[in-house]
Design a protein around this ligand. Structure first.
Ligand code: FMN
Length: 403
């Protein structure tokens, strides 16, 4: 749901600043709470008074102004908002963000916030294509910042080219899509696996793992909210099934294998977020194993590798894998991505506090076969899911204007 969210609109000093009035007004019409921060240069192009009137909130320009609402406003605002969108984003603000400069209100908030950041670059095409700007853009993208546009067309400097700010409607639609999921995956079929499989030893015991299933459930929720018909093949968890999602309960890796393989041919997207046991006990005792005071050895046999099997059978499906590692995260994840033929691998170091099993937050990197990598800061599993679904939409060619 986009309504009720808190969005900080950052305005830097480009000629397209006048268009941001429409962004603010459209956001308000969607019942979004809008705050505005402007660079000094931006105030040359559009007045704070206009933005204050349109947003119905005080406008922030000077880092050292008397606080309007909070004691340390740039930090409070950075933590308060659900998203930041900078429109227009000048070559200058992107260079500052790229190197971590914080010399005014807006750049300081951009450095302090953990909320998702969207940039709508706007500048003369020569400035846009300058290697410095392109390098900054690449770096910002790699940090998970979403770049909207720019568009190609007539520029205020009298030339034609790439560097025109995306239209207000498109910027707002992109934000709406991020929060509401909108229907960017309408008509698509998705399957998600979640939870830790349980491999029975006897009628009352099993070999299991610490996976809570939260990551997979969040992904299924966002896929469903994005319009995809979603199946959740779930190992046992205590989590409620997200509304509209079809849950297929399984217990063991073999059951998960069968459920996933049976559905795979009709799927457009498969996300393997489950923690599947690599091995299962060779024999299942019919009766409860009794203690007899002696050492006991359990023979284990390998389970089928579901992700590798899908990677081999894959035709047009977008296949996403997860790599939960406790050492050599990126090297192991990179190797897994290539070996399993996935389109995107989500890597997380499960030993980090705030990441992995059981935690409500996660710290992940997205790895792509073309060598691209996006490292995200610690964020809720729902936010990770939103970022992932946005990349899935990109892979399916469903995200207009977003790179
Ligand atoms: C009339 C005029 C139009 C400008 N338009 C742009 C623009 O579209 N994009 C851009 O990156 N810089 C533009 N600039 C240059 C920026 O305003 C300048 O780099 C400034 O330092 C940006 O500061 P800020 O990023 O703190 O807002 C323009 C300058 C002028 C005088």
């Amino acid at each position: 749901m986009f309504a009720g969210k808190k969005v900080l609109v950052g305005i830097s000093g480009g000629i397209a600043a006048y268009k941001v009035a429409e962004v603010v007004s459209r956001l308000r019409k969607l019942n979004v709470e809008v705050h505005v921060a402007m660079t000094k240069s931006a105030t040359e192009f559009i007045t704070p008074l206009t933005l204050r009137s349109l947003s119905a909130n005080p406008v922030y320009v000077d880092l050292f102004d008397e606080p309007k609402l909070w004691n340390v406003e740039h930090i409070a605002l950075a933590e308060y908002v659900d998203a930041v969108v900078v429109a227009p984003a000048t070559a200058n603000i992107m260079a500052k963000m790229s190197t971590g400069l914080a010399d005014d209100f807006l750049s300081t908030v951009l450095l302090a916030t953990r909320a998702p950041i969207f940039l709508a670059p706007a500048m003369n095409h020569a400035m846009y294509h300058h290697p410095a700007t392109q390098e900054n853009l690449t770096r910002l993208r790699e940090r998970g910042i979403k770049i909207i546009g720019p568009a190609v067309g007539f520029q205020a400097c009298g030339t034609e080219g790439e560097g025109r700010m995306s239209e207000a409607a498109e910027i707002v639609e992109r934000l709406d899509q991020f929060f509401s999921g909108s229907d960017c995956l309408k008509g698509k079929r998705a399957l998600v696996t979640a939870g830790g499989t349980q491999e029975p030893l006897d009628p009352v015991r099993f070999l299991g793992n610490r996976s809570s299933g939260r990551m997979g459930y969040a992904i299924a929720q966002v896929l469903q909210e994005s319009g995809a018909e979603t199946i959740l093949v779930s190992a046992p968890t205590d989590l409620p099934t997200p509304p509209g999602v079809t849950r297929v309960p399984v217990q063991t890796a073999l059951e998960m294998y069968e459920a996933v393989l049976a559905n795979f041919p009709k799927m457009d997207v498969v996300v393997k977020a489950a923690a599947v046991a690599d091995y299962r006990p060779a024999a299942l005792a019919e009766q409860k194993l009794k203690k007899d005071g002696t050492n006991r050895t359990i023979e284990l046999v390998p389970n089928p590798d579901i992700l590798a099997e899908l990677g081999q059978q894959k035709t047009s499906q977008v296949l996403i894998g997860f790599a939960a590692e406790t050492e050599n995260l990126l090297a192991n994840a990179q190797e897994k991505m290539l070996r399993k033929n996935v389109n995107l691998l989500v890597a997380n170091d499960v030993t980090k506090p705030g990441a992995g099993f059981g935690s409500i937050t996660n710290i992940v990197s997205f790895l792509f076969p073309d060598g691209r990598r996006i490292d995200f800061p610690q964020m809720s599993k729902l936010e990770v899911a939103r970022n992932l679904v946005s990349e899935i939409a990109n892979l399916l060619g469903r995200n207009k204007g977003v790179k």
